[in-house]
Design a protein around this ligand. Structure first.
Ligand code: FES
Ligand code: FES
Length: 196
């Protein structure tokens, strides 16, 4: 009787292992673990650390791990600009860089653009000029425009058009976007990212 109970338990245990163990990925599990690395950077003024595959896309780290879904996935190929964030005050397409690229740097997403209760001057100008339609391109437009104005605080209209040339708006709100950036250039007055 005791032997029967033991063999039944053994059978149940073997069955559990066979059904629940990830046999398919087992050979790779050890390799994945070895590939992980601790990446530290500043995200919207907070220190963050991740033990991850350093080759993971920064875009997915922001959207999935941090829930910062303001940064959009558009083409995934570096063409449209919807995924733009600021890294050390420069616009960067987050679909095109790895998490490791952010190491030791300061990353700002649309959610962290303003450090006060008020909208950032570029966000405010987009609202005032109704510079969006569906809004999908807007976070990328605003981050690109902010980085552009930090580098060139008093641009001509032609320079703005050139600076924004590689961000696409499928709704075609371009004229209002350029108007908004012209206004933001005036309100940023010399271009600091945040009010102190
Ligand atoms: S999603 Fe990154 S450039 Fe289009
Ligand atoms: S507002 Fe719709 S894509 Fe630009």
């Amino acid at each position: 009787m005791e032997e029967l109970a033991m063999s039944q338990n053994f059978y149940r245990f073997s069955r559990y292992i066979l059904v629940n163990f990830d046999w398919l990925n087992f050979p790779f599990t050890f390799i994945y673990q070895k590939m992980k690395k601790t990446i530290r950077f500043t995200l919207n003024a907070q220190e963050v650390a991740h033990e991850i595959d350093p080759e993971r896309s920064l875009l997915w780290l922001l959207r999935i791990d941090h829930g910062l879904t303001g940064t959009k996935y558009g083409c995934g190929m570096g063409h449209c600009g919807t995924c733009t964030v600021l890294i050390d005050d420069k616009p960067v397409r987050s679909c095109q860089v790895t998490a490791e690229f952010a190491e030791g740097k300061e990353v700002v997403t649309i959610e962290g653009l303003s450090n006060t209760e008020k909208l950032h001057p570029v966000q405010q100008a987009f609202v005032q000029h109704d510079a969006l339609q569906c809004g999908y391109c807007t976070p990328g437009m605003i981050m690109t425009a902010t980085g552009f104005l930090l580098k060139n605080p008093a641009p001509s209209r032609e320079q703005i058009i050139e600076g924004m040339d590689e961000n696409f708006c499928r709704c075609g709100a371009y004229t209002r976007i350029i108007d908004a950036i012209e206004e933001a250039a005036l309100s940023m007055k010399g271009g600091v990212l945040h009010e102190k």
